[in-house]
Every structure is written in C-alpha cells, then in structure tokens.
Design a protein around this ligand. Structure first.
Ligand SMILES: Nc1ncnc2c1ncn2[C@@H]1O[C@H](COP(=O)(O)OP(=O)(O)OP(=O)(O)O)[C@@H](O)[C@H]1O
Ligand SMILES: [Mg+2]
Length: 474
C-alpha cells in the first residue's frame, strides 16, 4: 500500500493540519493587533508632542535649525520644518530646517507633510522611506508658516513584533513536528488493531471459525471486533447446520436406495415364488414413493433457502379449503380408522397463497393421521381470531412428548418410534412457508389434544362467499 495512503499518514497529516490551522489563527489574531497597537502608541506620542514644539518655535527662521535639533532630542523624533515652494496643486515643499543633518531632501516629497500643507490641517499616519517605516505627524505652524513634521522610525517598536513572529514560527514548526510524530505513534497502535481485525476477517473468510475475534477496548474498533465475533459465531452455526443438513439428507436418501438395491438383488433370485416377488415389488414401490417425496421436500427446502419460492397474496376462504382438505384425506382417514371432520366459522378469509396453504394443511393433516393411533378423532378448524385467519388441525391422540415440542419444527427432527417414520421435514417446510406469507405455525400439545395452528394475515377483502357455521362429518 502507498505509505501516504495509510491510516498513520492520514492521521499525522490531519493532526499537522489542525495544529497549522490553530497556529495560523493565533498568528492572525496576535501579530496584526500587536503591530497596530505599537504604531498607534508611537503616533499618539508624536501627536502629543506636536503642540509643544509648535508653541516653542522661534519666529526667526535663522534659529529653526538649532531649534529642530533641540526639539528632536526632547521628542525622540526627527523634526523637520518645510516651506511651501509652490502652492500647487500639487504642493511642492522644500526643507528649511531638519534635525537630521545627513539628508534633508528625502522628506520634501513626504506624503503626510504634503497632505498637511494642502489641507492646512494636522495629518498623521505612517510612511515608508528607504525601506523603513515611520510614524509621522505633520501640521502647518500658521497660515503662511512652514509645515512642521515629526517623524519617528518604527523599527525599534516593530522589533518586538518581529520577535513574536519568529517565536510563533518556531513554535509552529515544533508543534507541527510533534503533532506529526504523535499522529504516527497513535496510528501505529490503531494500525496494529486494524491488522488484527483484518487477519480475523481473512480467517473467517477462509472458513476457520474456531478462534474468537477479541479486542478488549470499548471504542469503535472494539465494537467492530464484537460484531466480527458475532458474525463468526453465526457463520459457524450456519456452517454446522449446512453440514448437518447434507449429512441428514444423504443419510435419508441412502436408506431407501440401500433397501431398493437389496430387493433388486433378491429379485434376481429365480427361485422366488410369485407371492414373495409381489410383496417385494410392493415394498420397492413404497421406497420409491418415499424417495420421490424426500426429493420434493429437499427441493422445497433448498428453494426456501434460496428465496426462490414466490407466494401470491389473494383472498382465500380457509373454510372452503378446510372442507376440501377433509374431503381429500377422508379415504386415508377411513383406511386408518380415524374420524375426520371440518369445523368452519362464518368467515375465515386469509390473505395468502392458496397452493401453499393447501400444502401446509396437507402436512399437518397427514401428521395427525400418521402419527396417532387408529381411532383418533381429527378436526380441521377454520376461523378468524384477533384479526388473524387461522387453520387448526387438532387430534385427541397421545400428544407430542414435551422434550420434542421445542424441536418438531427443526429440519429432520422426528419423534422416536413414530408410528410411521417420515424424514422429519414436513413441519419445517410448513413453518417456513407460513413465515413467507407473514404467518406462523404454532403447536399446543397435551395428553388428549394436539393442535397445530396455521395463523395468517386476515384478508380485508370480502371472503369468496359467506356461509353459516357448519360441521361436516366424514
Ligand atoms: N399430530 C401429531 N401427533 C403426534 N406427533 C406428531 C404429530 N405431528 C407431528 N408429530 C411428531 O413430529 C415429528 C415431526 O413431524 P414432521 O412432519 O416434521 O416429520 P415427519 O412427519 O416425521 O416426516 P415427513 O413429514 O417429512 O414425512 C413427527 O415425526 C412426529 O413424531
Ligand atoms: Mg410429517
């Protein structure tokens, strides 16, 4: 990875940017105001000194030069007297006395003095001469008199400003280096933790679920590690369930295939009498039927897992469906010596998929007929309860053992010594199909009453047709 794109580099840069920003703000607040204050103080000093100098100015111009020098010492400023050579515009000035003996012509074009001569009033400000800044105050002494200019260099005053500037710059550079270093150091700790998480994610992606993902800290990375660990546990459970499903499914498929191959071998024995051969063929047909059913159930489950089962939402009268189911299963019920009936309320309209509800009803009804002893009464009820449409299949058989009631809806879960042993997939399919239609399948079981209730959203539309309460006995 490009080192500049690493978290460490980004964190260091961010910290450095924050420090640089903070220092820039401090600089902009401190330096200009300090400079302004110092310049103002100098100007005030000159302004205050000006009236005294004007008052003491001798009348005779011959004395001005000496006066300028004395005044310069007392005011701590250069004192210049300028005569107006030409009244302008623009006004032209000429030096008539200057405390600075070296060069006097440089102030003749002084903008502050020219302004004072033009406006005939006191003017103050700062100006730059020979690359140096000066605070200046200028005023005409009298109407026709010279312009008095007090000019003091700002170099000494601004020295402290430059000192502050330098210190700030140095402090800034130091703070930047410290910030970048700290950012890099802090990021090293985080990078190590992130790398640990990355390795854990790679392990999980590679199917290793054994090692827990752990991070003792409670910050966001700690929470991310917690989420990773929850994902690891869930994936481990799913993987376990997947393996178990495949093992169960292949075992379920192997049993009938093994039995079929045994019978085939026996059938090749030519000494078999006709009656035994018929019996074998009958058993083989049963095994093939079992295999076909198992294949259909497994296909249903895999479609459910893949989310490929589409359910319609249509208004469906559960009463009509209950009666149809009773009619369909009545021959099987009669053959096993069961009494089968439907108890139907006036309107039990559900918003559901007819084919899937019929499939669930069939699973429940078949269980009630297959897993109960002969002579058991089985009822199919349809009603609306708490604005849910319900289809209940109940029997007065021996019930389901309490330790099994929790598990009956799990795949491949079946009761020990079931009267007729299936694959244990029926109820799992029923519940998953019901959930697909925003419904549920619940079990209430006690000795003498076992009831499986399919609860579905009730349809707001009118039921297909309305009918009086009726009990149909078969
Ligand atoms: N009405 C019932 N009375 C007693 N036991 C029941 C009843 N319904 C279900 N069971 C028990 O619940 C178990 C699970 O039922 P499920 O329909 O899921 O599987 P199965 O009937 O054994 O096999 P499959 O339906 O796949 O052929 C059954 O094996 C049986 O022990
Ligand atoms: Mg079943």
């Amino acid at each position: 990875m490009n080192p500049l794109r690493s978290v460490g580099a980004k964190l260091s840069l961010a910290l450095a940017a924050i420090v640089a920003g903070a220092l820039a703000i401090v600089y902009l607040i401190v330096v200009p105001s300090l400079e302004r204050n110092l310049v103002d103080a100098k100007r005030t000093q000159l302004r205050r000194a000006l009236p005294g100098v004007v008052r003491q100015l001798p009348n005779s111009p011959y004395l001005w030069q000496d006066f300028a020098q004395t005044a310069a010492e007392s005011t701590n400023a250069r004192v210049v007297l300028l005569d107006t050579l030409y009244e302008g515009p623009p006004v032209t000035l000429t030096t008539s006395a200057d405390s600075n003996l070296v060069e006097s012509t440089d102030v003749e074009r002084d903008p502050i003095a020219i302004k004072a001569a033009t406006r005939l009033e006191r003017v103050e400000g700062t100006t730059v001469r020979h690359g140096q800044r000066y605070a200046e105050v200028a005023a005409p002494v009298a109407r026709d008199g010279p312009v008095l200019l007090l000019s003091a260099p700002l170099r000494d005053s601004l020295r402290s400003v430059h000192l502050v500037q330098r210190r700030l710059l140095l402090a800034g550079l130091g703070a930047l280096a410290v910030a970048a270093g700290l950012g890099l150091l802090g990021s090293l700790v985080f990078t190590r933790r992130i790398r640990r998480l990355e390795r854990a994610a790679d392990r999980i992606a590679g199917g290793e679920f054994g090692e827990p993902v752990h991070d003792a800290s409670e910050d966001e990375l700690g929470q991310l590690a917690g989420a990773f660990d929850r994902m690891r546990l869930r994936l481990a459970r799913l993987e376990h369930a997947r393996r178990e499903f495949i093992a169960n499914a292949s075992h379920e498929l192997r049993t009938p295939i093994f039995s079929l191959s045994g019978f085939l071998e026996l059938l090749t024995d030519e000494e078999l009498d006709e009656a035994t051969r018929r019996e074998f063929l009958l058993t083989m047909r049963e095994q093939i039927e079992r295999l076909t059913r198992l294949a259909t159930d497994l296909l249903d489950l895999s479609r459910l897992d893949a989310g490929r089962i589409h359910v319609e939402r249509q208004s469906l009268d559960l009463g009509t469906l209950a009666e149809a189911l009773v009619e369909e299963f009545s021959p099987a019920a009669r053959a096993r010596g069961h009494e089968l009936s439907a108890v139907v309320s006036v309107d039990a309209a559900a918003a559901a998929d007819e084919e899937r509800v019929r499939q669930i009803g069939g699973i429940l009804l078949e269980n009630a007929l297959v897993h109960t002893p002969p002579g058991t009464t089985v009822r199919v009820r349809a009603r609306t309860q708490n604005s849910r449409a319900e289809l209940t299949v109940e029997d007065d058989g021996p019930g389901i053992a309490p330790e099994l009631t929790e598990r009956v809806f799990e795949r491949f879960s079946r009761g020990d010594g079931s009267i007729a042993s299936g694959s244990g997939l029926g109820l799992a399919i029923a519940r998953e199909l019901a959930e697909l239609m925003d419904g549920s399948v619940e079990l209430t079981s006690r000795l003498g009453r076992t009831a499986f209730t399919l609860s579905l959203p009730s349809s707001t539309a009118e039921p297909a047709f309305s009918r009086e309460n009726a009990e149909v006995l078969v």
